[in-house]
Design a protein around this ligand. Structure first.
Ligand code: SF4
Length: 470
């Protein structure tokens, strides 16, 4: 299903779409306030971007250094080329030890690899212990956001879900009560779990240690109670030195949720006494991106979600409309690299406003990369023929100023005089939720030629009541 088709389903629920838009904009505004409190914000972004680019340029060396140091600390390091190998390694470790119950802290990589369905198909019980992830797990859904997995779910729906699954009072929407009920249930799962699986936010080549950031402390419990800790890590999570970590920790929480620091930044250096630590390093298409000069910087991503919170398309269409684990602008860059045909609609889920590029803490030029994807898809003839044909007509008009002017005149004439049904009808989905602005009497070029911005002529073409060009 294309992004546009899936988005239409989300948008059809007008209330939810509006509320989703507002909720994410609230988080984006918090991020702005938090970032503005740091005079060195831009310097931190620049530094983080350079560290990540440097790491990518020596990825193989740093990965081997990380492996050496992690092994020296007592961890076992595994290498997985793709999702299937990752899942086979994890399942193999659990099977060898006869483990039946697993507690997971939030890990987008295990989502990406489809680990839960694989383990469940083998009869294991897997519990996602991050509250948002647990809610979507109970609803048999995928996360719709990488930091706030259940952002699309209203608290009334959580109340109903908990009433059905946990027996909480019917109709309750009191957050404290619902969170209390979830905590009690999850604690029993933690105590029963015999293996803990976590993701990795940052792995440090110099020390062989890694850091997991959570606001709920669930990674600490999940990794500390059971004897076996498995950490699944995409190879791009690497940073060279401990001294670099502070830069990323300061950027991550501020960009993600507008907090100065994540509540728990848990450091793991080797297994706990008497326990086992296995780290699975996963490629799954990342080295393909590394080899692509144009898209390489997408590996800078620290999965903060800021590009989603700010994206006008994501906010209004919801994360599930992307049909991938990492939605939003960064997902629209990453997934066509895996399968161009399957994800060809994603680079079009973008207005090219550039807001994602502005907020990205590691300075990934996201909207430039999305534009580059559109060109690649057109060249490869993966973009549908009617879009290619329409674009070549538009390109032809744009390249001929006289034709552009003529088109503008005809368009303005048609807008003014054609009957309304000609623009707003079932054949024009664009008009379903939008109104065209009234056609301007004068073009911008005409106003400019007449001296816009140079004294009295400036206001001649401006309808003061409507506050827009007329
Ligand atoms: S691309 Fe940038 S803004 Fe988007 S999730 Fe990654 S780090 Fe955050």
């Amino acid at each position: 299903m294309s992004h546009a088709t899936a988005a239409a389903e989300f948008v059809a629920d007008v209330d939810r779409a509006r509320w989703h838009d507002r909720a994410l904009w609230f988080v984006r505004s918090k991020r702005d306030k938090c970032a503005q409190q740091l005079p060195e914000w831009e310097a931190l972004r620049e530094r983080a971007s350079l560290v990540k680019q440097h790491t990518a340029s020596r990825m193989a060396e740093y990965l081997e250094e990380f492996e050496r140091n992690a092994v020296a600390l007592g961890a076992v390091v595994h290498w997985a080329r793709d999702a299937a190998e990752h899942n086979a390694i994890v399942y193999g470790l659990l099977k060898e030890r006869g483990i039946q119950r697993v507690v997971k802290s939030k890990s987008m990589l295990t989502e990406e690899c489809g680990l839960n369905p694989l383990l469940e198909s083998k009869g294991l019980e897997v519990v996602d212990t991050d509250l948002g992830e647990w809610i979507v797990q109970l609803r048999h859904e995928h996360p719709s956001h990488i930091v706030m997995p259940a952002i699309h779910v209203k608290k009334q729906e959580v109340g109903e879900l908990f009433h059905e699954k946990l027996g909480t009072t019917a109709g309750s929407t009191d957050e404290k009560y619902l969170v209390g009920a979830a905590r009690a249930e999850l604690r029993s799962k933690f105590l029963a779990g015999t293996a803990g699986i976590t993701g990795v936010n940052f792995a440090i080549a110099e020390t062989g240690g890694f850091v997991v950031c959570t606001n709920e402390g669930n990674a600490d419990l999940g990794a500390s109670l059971p004897a076996l800790h498995i950490a699944s890590m995409g190879i791009e999570k690497l940073i060279p030195r401990m001294a670099d970590l502070g830069v990323f920790l300061r950027l991550l929480a501020r960009s993600a949720t507008g907090q100065p620091i994540t509540t728990y930044s848990s450091h793991f250096h080797g297994p706990k006494p008497g326990g086992e630590l296995h780290i699975v390093l996963v490629d799954n298409g990342r080295s393909k991106l590394l080899a692509n000069e144009e898209l390489r910087r997408s590996l800078n991503c620290i999965r903060c979600g800021a590009c989603m919170n700010t994206c006008p398309v994501y906010r209004r269409s919801g994360g599930h409309s992307y049909g991938v684990t990492v939605p939003g602008p960064i997902g629209s860059v990453l997934y066509p690299a895996r399968d161009m045909q399957a994800h060809k609609s994603l680079p079009d889920a973008c207005s090219l406003c550039g807001s994602c590029t502005d907020v990205c803490p590691v300075k990934i030029p996201l909207h430039h990369q999305l534009l580059a994807w559109r060109k690649t898809l057109v060249k490869a003839k993966v973009t549908p023929w009617h879009m290619r044909a329409a674009m070549s007509v538009v390109g032809g008009v744009m390249a001929r100023p006289w034709l552009f002017r003529l088109g503008g005149k005809l368009g303005r004439f048609a807008l003014r005089w054609s009957p309304r049904w000609l623009t707003y009808n079932g054949l024009n989905p664009w008009g379903a939720q939008r109104e065209m602005p009234p056609a301007a009497k004068q073009t911008f070029s005409k106003l400019y030629d007449d001296g816009i911005g140079h004294g009295s002529a400036r206001m001649d073409g401006i309808d003061k009541d409507q506050n827009k060009l007329d």
